[in-house]
Design a protein around this ligand. Structure first.
Ligand code: C5P
Length: 210
């Protein structure tokens, strides 16, 4: 099967030297790409800026902003049977990027932010994707409630939730602990393990669900 996987953060420029981003390391998405390849699948990996080496056998597209990630997914998703949206996409970007470095001339500075396109939320509608759709949810409170809400709203087959309020797992860590919520109401907890192992288990779970 062909897997499309998004990974890493996006980077939203403020001016030529500054940007808005988040702590995503890309490790979970890259682990999923490695695991899918190891299981004999084809992989298109669309990644924001991270310090990881993409798997050699993947088709690799490097992007910076949410809009670039949206465009890359739009151009690649038709060939995928499975799409996993693991990227930590910035929800907002600066309304007007400054052409020159902003000077520190005043005591306060207000940035106007506008919403970025919802890539996962466009899969079923704008992209017309009929394959197996996997979303991620990074939550700090009411993990289960938000995860199930996201699964339904975005038309996912599987929603993988992790609790990012914990400092020992998740963002920028080697290990993760997640709960996979299925469309039919089942849930599969994956206890704390290396992201490489969680990646392998998630690929097995996806294969078993198709
Ligand atoms: O940020 P949030 O927890 O809402 O992300 C949920 C899911 O939606 C994740 O799978 C993420 O990759 C995806 N997402 C996206 N485009 C956005 C925001 C989130 O694809 N603009």
């Amino acid at each position: 099967m062909h897997f499309l996987i998004t990974a890493g953060p996006t980077r939203e420029p403020i001016d030529p030297v500054r940007y808005i981003s988040n702590h995503s390391s890309g490790k979970m998405g890259y682990a999923l790409a490695e695991a899918a390849l190891a299981a004999g699948h084809e992989v298109t990996l669309i990644s924001g800026p991270v310090s990881l080496t993409p798997p050699e056998k993947a088709t690799f597209l490097s992007v910076e902003t949410a809009q670039e990630m949206f465009d890359a997914v739009a151009s690649q998703i038709a060939k995928a049977e499975v799409a996993i949206f693991c990227a930590a996409v910035a929800d907002y970007r600066v309304a007007e990027q400054a052409d020159e470095k902003i000077k520190k001339s005043s005591d306060t500075l207000t940035l106007d932010l506008v919403k970025n396109p919802d890539i996962l939320g466009s899969a079923r509608g704008a992209f017309g994707f009929n394959g197996f759709l996997v979303g991620f949810a990074a939550e700090t409170t009411d993990v289960e409630k938000h995860a199930i809400g996201k699964l339904e709203k975005k038309g996912c087959d599987l929603l993988v939730a992790n609790d990012v309020s914990r400092s020992d797992i998740g963002f920028d860590h080697q290990e993760n602990e997640v709960i996979a919520f299925h469309r039919d109401g089942r849930k599969t907890p994956l206890p704390r393990a290396l992201k490489s192992e969680i990646g392998r288990e998630l690929i097995r779970l996806i294969e078993a669900s198709i």
